[in-house]
Write a protein that binds this ligand. Structure first.
Ligand SMILES: [Zn+2]
Length: 305
């Protein structure tokens, strides 16, 4: 059988030309940021130059210090309306694997929560570590998780394209979900089964009928939100982050398949495992992290009527 990626790759490369520009391989971590004890790998593979942070006042990721978060009772539940038929393909961009969605219509939309506008789903991806002790980009009270899911949306009420929204205020909305190692995640397995086909950098494979809502925790009403940036180049400060309080569980074997992917293309002599593909944490710079739930009421039984 002809390998599907062999057929799709040239076509998708053309189709994805505009999208590949989102992840320009242009920057390297600055050395002081990379001295974090959690960065055990060499430099980030897509950052090749000293890192110049645009703006720098609202960069991501950050640590969520729960005691300093501010409960905001006006924060409504998020409303995700995703059509699995908008799912198109997975590609290995040399830093993570990206599951991409057709975002030319309003078939997969996020609204509510802290958002005033409607945001179209365009892709999701993960960040993970080489060990279960780290891998997430955000942390909660300095606690890191083995991996973190990012579901990326752009503001369709204010902009015409992702490429426009990515550099504008209020352009993007990203849902973050922490992954813990535990029992196998049934929803994730279809994706895990497809990953060997995108082992090398630059490979693309068709992937359809996948609803990213199956990767969200059951309770999506409890979340933290703050204003931040992309955590990969161009690092633009366009993102409203919504980090789920509740994590999801995946098995060690499922995460092992993530770690079996490669940063490198098939032609390269030395192959490098795709692990530790997270950005180091950034200063809060006076920002407020709001929560949709009151952390001080957790575990208190409801009062009698
Ligand atoms: Zn991300």
């Amino acid at each position: 059988m002809v390998h599907l990626s062999a057929v799709l790759t040239p076509l998708c490369r053309r189709l994805l030309h505009a999208r590949t520009r989102r992840w320009v391989p242009a920057r390297r971590c600055n050395l002081s940021a990379c001295s974090s004890k959690f960065v055990v790998s060499q430099m980030h593979p897509i950052w090749q130059e000293p890192l110049a942070v645009p703006g720098g006042e609202r960069q991501s990721p950050i640590d969520i210090a729960v005691r300093r978060t501010q409960f905001d009772p006006r924060l409504r539940p998020l409303q995700m309306r995703y059509d699995p038929r908008t799912c198109q393909q997975i590609w290995n961009n040399g830093y993570s694997f990206i599951v991409e969605y057709d975002d030319t219509s309003d078939r997969s939309v996020l609204q509510g929560g802290p958002l005033e506008d409607r945001f179209r789903l365009c892709q999701f991806h993960f960040h993970w570590g080489e060990s279960n002790a780290w891998g997430s980009e955000h942390s909660v009270d300095r606690r890191l998780f083995p991996a973190e899911l990012h579901v990326v949306h752009w503001n369709r009420d204010k902009y015409n394209l992702f490429e426009e929204a990515v550099s504008e205020d209020n352009g993007l909305a990203v849902i973050g979900v922490f992954l813990k190692v535990g029992k196998r995640h049934e929803g994730l397995q279809k994706l895990v089964d497809a990953l060997p086909a995108v082992r090398h950098k630059g490979s693309v494979v068709e992937f359809t009928k996948f609803d990213p809502a199956c990767l969200l925790p059951e309770n999506t009403e409890e979340y933290w939100t703050y204003s931040g940036s992309l955590t990969t180049p161009p690092l633009t400060e366009a993102v409203t982050w919504m980090l789920m309080k509740h994590h999801i569980e995946v098995s060690h074997d499922q995460l092992a398949v993530f770690r079996s992917l490669l940063f490198t293309s098939a032609e390269e002599e030395v192959q490098k495992s795709m692990v530790n593909n997270f950005r180091v944490q950034q200063p809060l710079c006076g920002r407020t992290v709001r929560s949709s739930f009151n952390p001080f009421l957790q575990g208190v039984p409801p009062s009698p009527q």
